[in-house]
Design a protein around this ligand. Structure first.
Ligand code: SD4
Length: 350
């Protein structure tokens, strides 16, 4: 007689759980609560927590790891480190040591992390031979007196901190061989920060498909927000080139009282505008994250003659659980919260 009673309680709990997530999903599509949906780009939101959003379809597996970290009692910061760390060692072609090599033929990685409470930040740039740059960024934030470390100093610090590394013995030789090339041969596929003009005087867009980045934002049940970003950067970049991804305010920005934003795309077209910072500032003014992302792209495109050929994308979430994204092209990004785990594609801006 006991067993059916116990089962009944479980079922009631399950129904309550489903109802709770259904409320979250209902709000997700409740445009009267969230405002009228614009012609392109959904305005979405949820009451469910944690809410995790990351760039590209490959972010989805990272989101899953982030969710696991939280379900095992970890913080939003632990979630970011684990989620991005998973992508860094997944054999990804644009994140981690398996990512795109620079012009000299080896990976130089960029990463940063932010934690809302205390407005904490850490970052590493052009780091070599470190398997998890996101963990190196977290160590800079938590174990050094600094915010940003670069190159060999960052690598040695990460190793001292016990992080996994691989040998980089051949890098100097590769760099010398690269430097012996005529200038015209170096970084010939690299993207230009300032628009190149074709014979007609039209701005030439940068090469496609030679880059990608994981940016991940996590909103916890208590309203805590953390974020991170990690990339190998553009393929064939000049050795020593640093993109937007490790720059606080460009590749990532978190303000615990407002929300967070992260970027992916051609860093040269983001870092001159403090792109992620600007998204958060627009959300501070009350804009929905989708609108804030769109507005920043429109701002940048209004200055740069390459317009929508800039190849830039933003993700964002706010303190209320509203989230969104926008890109100069169709932009698939990964969204996870209890009851929802999907890739959403925001349509190209124009
Ligand atoms: C960079 N923003 O190094 C990175 C690359 C990237 O999608 O995100 N590509 O410029």
């Amino acid at each position: 007689m006991q067993r059916p009673v116990l089962l009944g309680k479980c079922q009631v709990f399950q129904v309550l759980l489903i109802a709770f997530f259904a409320v979250g999903d209902h709000r997700l599509l409740d445009r009267s609560a969230m405002g009228q949906a614009p012609a392109t780009g959904e305005r979405r939101g949820t009451d469910a927590r944690p809410l995790i959003i990351s760039t590209w379809p490959f972010g989805l597996a990272g989101n899953e790891q982030a969710l696991k970290a939280i379900s095992e009692g970890g913080s939003t910061l632990d979630a970011v480190e684990r989620g991005i760390g998973f992508v860094e060692s997944s054999g990804n072609q644009s994140v981690g040591l398996s990512g795109k090599p620079n012009g000299a033929g080896y990976a130089q990685l960029d990463s940063c992390i932010m934690h809302g409470p205390g407005h904490l930040a850490g970052s590493v740039a052009a780091i070599e031979g470190i398997v998890h740059p996101i963990s190196a960024a977290r160590r800079v934030m938590e174990k050094s007196p600094h915010v940003m470390m670069v190159g060999e100093g960052a690598r040695l610090f990460a190793i001292e901190q016990g992080l996994e590394s691989v040998a980089i013995d051949d890098h100097v030789q590769k760099l010398r061989a690269y430097q012996s090339l005529p200038m015209s041969e170096r970084g010939k596929d690299a993207v230009l920060a300032h628009p190149a003009l074709d014979k007609k005087g039209e701005a030439v867009p940068g090469p496609k498909d030679n880059h990608d980045t994981i940016a991940m934002l996590v909103l916890g049940a208590d309203g805590t927000i953390s974020g991170g970003c990690s990339t190998s950067g553009l393929s064939n970049k000049l050795p020593g080139r640093v993109g937007d991804s490790p720059i606080i305010g460009s590749g990532l920005y978190v303000d615990n009282s407002v929300g967070a934003a992260g970027a992916t795309g051609v860093g040269e077209n983001v870092m001159r505008y403090c792109g992620s910072f600007l998204v958060v500032e627009f959300m501070r003014q009350g804009m929905h994250p989708t609108d804030a992302c769109r507005k920043v792209i429109e701002r940048i495109a209004s200055i740069d003659p390459r317009g929508e050929k800039l190849d830039i994308n933003f993700i964002a979430l706010d303190k209320q659980g509203r989230f969104g994204a926008a890109g100069t092209g169709d932009f698939p990004h990964s969204v996870t919260y209890p009851g929802f785990h999907e890739v959403i594609t925001s349509p190209r801006l124009r």
